[in-house]
Design a protein around this ligand. Structure first.
Ligand code: IPM
Ligand code: MN
Length: 358
């Protein structure tokens, strides 16, 4: 009997439920086509959980995720909760779930789809061949350091601290080297070692770990320079590994190379196979409920889940192939359509992808 995988589903806010519904359709289709079996359990998270349970990350949702083999997440947040105090913000739930599930590594591929090159603001000849992955450290650094306010001679003062220890750098570095090994064997470690002590420790540690990966070519790039090189020579990057805050910023920049944030998937991983999978885009409150969101990022996140958590490589490839076929045939949701009048809605796009899976 096929082993049944438990999937914790967190639809979240805004367009989250709409894009997750299409991803589930795709998973159901692969159950038939590839003999896979999934058991879906749904939990509240983010703004909707604040409204219904008074907290962005309810205990039963966290427990559901801890028991699952993988988590599929839509998106969280929206203007309704933007002025809430910190404990009652969807973002706090997101940081909390990453920490509680030990998801220290965030993988964000930025792949330029040939047929969508015209959607980018960069020249096609600069983009040619761009296929990179940002590996972002996700549970350390300034995001999780001590934060407080105090009085100072200049009035109220705010403090955010950034801390990294060797173990935290080592595990993310190893993961990035491992990923690079499966690709073009090039790793760019991004830091600010000319200024920051955490970056100096980062660089020393990455250099030490690199001894175990002599087959991977390592370069160190300062973060400001990296921001520039991403626009100048994006195709020369393969895997980029960096700390939490730099990774937040650079992964958004990398996403824009592709011109279509609606297409980009992500995985958050810890030590084992367990992972949380979500589109890179947010909850898009402006189009929520209209049924026009692009489901491709969430569908491609399922392909990542199949590869990285379950090792279902054939089914992952089938999903990616189906997405390419549908795009190559010219089908578009409005975010990526040149002629908006011909754009498909969310479920029509999902149906076409499902139909293209064989
Ligand atoms: C992301 C988001 C989050 C982050 C926010 C919403 C807390 O920007 O996943 O990149 O900064 O990590
Ligand atoms: Mn971000």
């Amino acid at each position: 009997m096929t082993d049944v995988k438990k999937i914790a589903v967190i639809e979240g806010d805004g367009i989250g439920p709409e894009v997750v519904a299409e991803a589930i359709k795709v998973m159901r289709k692969t159950e038939e086509a590839y003999g896979l079996r999934f058991d879906f359990e749904y939990g509240l998270f983010g703004g909707i959980a604040i409204d219904e349970k008074g907290t962005p990350l309810p205990e039963d949702t966290l427990a559901m995720c801890q028991k699952a083999d993988a988590v599929l997440l839509g998106a969280v947040g929206g203007p309704k909760w933007d002025s809430n105090p910190k404990e009652l913000r969807p973002e706090t739930g997101l940081l909390g779930i990453r920490k509680a599930l030990g998801l220290f590594s965030n993988i964000r591929p930025a792949l330029v789809f040939d047929c969508l090159k015209e959607a980018s603001t960069l020249k096609p000849e600069v983009l040619e061949g761009t296929d990179l992955i940002v590996v972002r450290e996700l549970t350390g650094g300034i995001y999780f350091g001590e934060k407080f306010r105090r009085d100072s001679a200049g009035g109220e003062e705010a403090v955010d601290t950034s801390t990294y220890n060797v173990q935290e750098v080592e595990r993310i570095a190893r993961q990035a080297f491992e990923i690079a090994r499966t690709r073009r064997k090039k790793l760019a470690s991004v830091d600010k070692a000319n200024v920051l002590e955490t970056s100096r420790l980062w660089r020393e540690t990455v250099i030490r770990v690199s001894a175990d990966y002599p087959d991977v070519e390592l370069e160190h790039v300062l973060v400001d320079n990296c921001a520039m090189q991403l626009l100048r020579r994006p195709a020369s990057f393969d895997v980029i590994v960096t700390e939490n805050m730099f990774g937040d910023i650079l992964s958004d920049e990398a996403a824009m190379l592709t011109g279509s944030i609606g297409m980009l998937s992500s995985a958050s991983l810890g030590e084992g196979a367990f992972g949380l999978y979500e589109p890179v885009h947010g909850s898009a409150p402006d189009i929520a409920g209209l049924g026009v969101a692009n489901p491709v990022a969430t569908i491609l996140s399922v392909a990542l889940m199949y590869r990285l958590t379950f090792g279902y490589h054939e089914a992952a490839e089938a999903i990616e192939r189906a997405v390419s076929e549908v795009l190559d045939a010219g089908y578009r949701t409005s975010d990526i359509a040149v002629d908006k009048s011909t754009a498909l809605n969310t479920s029509a796009m999902g149906d076409l992808i499902v139909a293209a899976i064989r």
